[in-house]
Design a protein around this ligand. Sequence first.
Ligand SMILES: NC(=O)c1ccc[n+]([C@@H]2O[C@H](COP(=O)([O-])OP(=O)(O)OC[C@H]3O[C@@H](n4cnc5c(N)ncnc54)[C@H](O)[C@@H]3O)[C@@H](O)[C@H]2O)c1
Length: 347
Amino acid sequence: MPKDTVRFGVIGCGEIAVQTCQGIAAAPNAEIAMLMDARPEVLRDLGEFYGAPTTTNLDEVLANPEVDAVYIATPHYLHAPIGIRAAQAGKHVLVEKPIATTLEDADALIAECRKQGVKLGVAFLAQGDAAMNAARDLIRAGVIGQIIAVRIMALGDKPDTYWHGGYTQRVHTDWRTRKDQSGGGILIMNVVHDLNTVRYVTGLEVKRVYAEYDTLATPVEVEDVIGVVMRYTNGAIGVIQAGSRMRGRAHQDVPGPRIYGTKGQIILADKPLIYLVEPFEGMMPNTWAEIPFSGPAGDRATMITRFAEAILNDTEPPVSGLDGRKALEIIVAAYRSGEIGQPVEIA
Ligand SMILES: NC(=O)c1ccc[n+]([C@@H]2O[C@H](COP(=O)([O-])OP(=O)(O)OC[C@H]3O[C@@H](n4cnc5c(N)ncnc54)[C@H](O)[C@@H]3O)[C@@H](O)[C@H]2O)c1
């Protein structure tokens, strides 16, 4: 492997891979070595644009000595099986969210990467986002006091076409509608990001969840409305309200998870906001202000750069397999809770 560049094989060249390829191309320490998809029609444009070889055969990527790492952006149920095969071929693995659809699959992927001595990362963006790191520093410094509550709202109004081709219609498919292929709806698809962000920024873990969910407004198998109550290990109480057919969405509410402390509140928006009851380093009490930050946004070029750094420096990736599992654990518990009508403890 060249000392300063990680060469990526991109597996699954649908909607999000277009953006991730831009991220790989923009990263100073990464390049696209090969593109792979089960459908040849999605390989043409990316192959031509990046001048990279393409294939519909996974074995070809895994046998390619020019490929150091794979980035997997397939339907969710394939993340773990493809990741395991890549690890067995000695490739580092960066997998899209969620890490898998079941904890058993997540554990198998984590174990195989450990066994083969390859890095495993999950494609969450918060860990590389300077804004989230600034919020994290303030929370760690105790500026908002003890955390007592968390609110996550993910109110989408996804068009009917989304279910059969995502937002861009790049690939016509129905995996998003199917529980066995996606693992679920808005919770595993979108809220998974917020669960990772809150966990990363606050350091809190969830110990119990109670959920109600259903499919009420969309002709799909997966949930389109969900409510979850969470109890954190420090005693804080969290709520999730999410849906994919929420007309009018959240009106004028500032988007982003909210962290409520005994001395203030932080909203984890793109430009995070803070409200304090005591002055802190030039921040006025009893008023809302933007949290100052400088550094990279949580974008795909940063995600790739940092994952490649972990490979080149032999350090832990910024988002580990265990981080991916922790976010999935809350989701799996919530789905189980809704199924049995009881709270579910997280070990
Ligand atoms: N679309 C987004 O905005 C977005 C954002 C962030 C993350 N993601 C995540 O990225 C992943 C992919 O989502 P997407 O929206 O790009 O889906 P997509 O359906 O547009 O693309 C998935 C691609 O995987 C390919 N594929 C299916 N089976 C395959 C196999 N066995 N081997 C190789 N390729 C195979 C499909 O042909 C398709 O091109 C998911 O995990 C999703 O949650 C999506």
